[in-house]
Design a protein around this ligand. Structure first.
Ligand SMILES: *Cc1c(COP(=O)(O)O)cnc(C)c1O
Length: 408
């Protein structure tokens, strides 16, 4: 059988031979003088963040694989104590299963192909599936043969909140509908759950308390036993000019909301960004300067998607190997390498005033929705990947390496 390679498939990240195994970002640049973007992974920072979240969260932690599916990152997540994975596609299920034969995989996309449900159930041992319509419940029951040990989770839609990314527009059942789905699913479920997502990079802990209060109302209206409430992801990280409240305040808000749930309900969470944002920097090279415009070798079709139209700001610093940079700084706009005029990242990027062709820029907090989003558009998909052991450019309160676990 021939494998159909999708048009625009992304070239694998290339692992260069480096003199020392776990150098700093500066050492990587000095050794490679790279003309292609370099993804510098920090597995120990990912493990530390995972450990901190697992220690703080009063329930099971499912890592949301879409946020960063690099095998190095997935292994670091597991090394941090995470044994559950939130997958959204057959490809993610297959990848996680190939790395972790014993992990619990949860299929948390509310709209799945029949083939994906079937292969997850039959070949990959997936037992928990999410749904937000009657039609999806029918599909899951037919493709799993209404099997024993089936876990069913109903996704509840939330009113629009104040997260940077609203995730309520596309998926989720309205409260009355969700209650009806819980009733319909109950006779088929070895485990019945209710899930929601407050939106990504949600800075307000009370969003979880409000969502849990709504979940409690839905469960009461359904009037059936529910074993699991899944509080989703959305836990924020630090970006320049935006430091979130400490992790413990989110956990306090979750405990306050969970107190409204029926006795004995088990909590799940699906963090993505919070576990991996600090886990990668991308080093780009300046290939041309025109006034305050810098043309660099990665952009919105590469790892810098969120720096484009969504307007996220990322920590950054100049790396120049030969000579000192000017002390005076000024604001620059970055342009990516493709020919699309949408390939622009307005920042502002504050850098030494004498930035020049050949300089490099380290851009941090790209472990989340950065390295995972690159495309092959316009042929700019070549990049190096390596591991570094220096610290992330920004720390998020509560996730620092060695952060003390909260007393129970
Ligand atoms: C994307 C996603 C997550 C992870 O969200 P973060 O904001 O990265 O924590 C978790 N659950 C679901 C259903 C998602 O779609």
């Amino acid at each position: 059988m021939t494998q159909i390679r999708p048009r625009g498939a992304v070239a694998p990240l290339r692992r260069p031979a480096l003199s020392s195994r776990r150098p700093s970002v500066d050492a990587v640049v000095a050794s490679l003088r790279p003309e292609e973007p370099v993804h510098c992974l920090r597995p120990q920072a990912v493990s530390a963040a995972a450990r901190a979240f697992v220690a703080a969260f009063p329930g099971d932690v499912l890592y949301a694989v879409k946020c960063n599916a690099e095998p190095t990152v997935l292994r670091a997540i597991a090394a941090g104590g995470v044994t559950h994975f939130d997958c959204a596609s057959e490809g993610e299920v297959r990848l996680v299963r190939s790395l972790f034969p014993d992990a619990a995989i949860h299929f948390m996309h509310p709209v799945k192909s029949r083939g994906a449900i079937r292969s997850a159930w039959q070949q990959h041992g997936v037992r928990d599936f999410v749904l937000d319509t009657d039609g999806e419940l029918t599909k899951i029951l037919e493709e799993t043969g209404d099997g024993e040990d089936l876990g069913l989770v109903v996704r509840l839609a939330l009113p629009k909140g104040n997260a940077a990314y609203d995730l309520s527009g596309k998926f989720g059942a309205a409260p009355a509908e969700a209650a009806a789905l819980l009733r319909a699913a109950r006779p088929h479920a070895a485990r019945l759950g209710l899930s929601f997502h407050v939106g990504s990079q949600c800075m307000d802990p009370s969003a979880w308390t409000r969502a849990l209060a709504l979940a409690a109302e839905v469960i009461a209206a359904a009037d059936v036993a529910v074993e699991i409430v899944d509080v989703g992801g959305g836990f924020p990280v630090a970006y320049p000019g935006s430091e979130p409240p400490a992790l413990d305040l989110f956990m306090d808000a979750i405990r306050a909301g969970a107190a409204l749930l029926p006795e004995g309900v088990r909590l799940w969470a699906e963090p993505g960004r919070a576990l991996v944002a600090g886990g990668a920097s991308v080093v780009v090279q300046v290939q041309q300067r025109r006034g305050d415009a810098l043309y660099v070798n990665d952009g919105v079709y590469g790892a810098l998607s969120d720096a484009g139209a969504p307007g996220f700001r990322f920590p950054h610093r100049l790396i120049r190997l030969d000579g000192e940079a000017a002390e005076v700084e000024r604001a620059f706009t970055l342009f990516g390498p493709t020919c699309d005029s949408a390939d622009v990242m307005r920042g502002p990027w504050i850098l030494p005033a004498d930035v020049a062709e050949g300089d490099w820029i380290e851009i941090g907090q790209l472990g989340a929705y950065g390295t995972a989003l690159r495309t092959a558009f316009n042929g700019f998909d070549r990049a190096h990947v390596t591991e570094v052991s220096d610290s992330p450019m920004l720390a998020t309160p509560g996730y620092e390496a060695g952060a003390p676990a909260r007393a129970a």
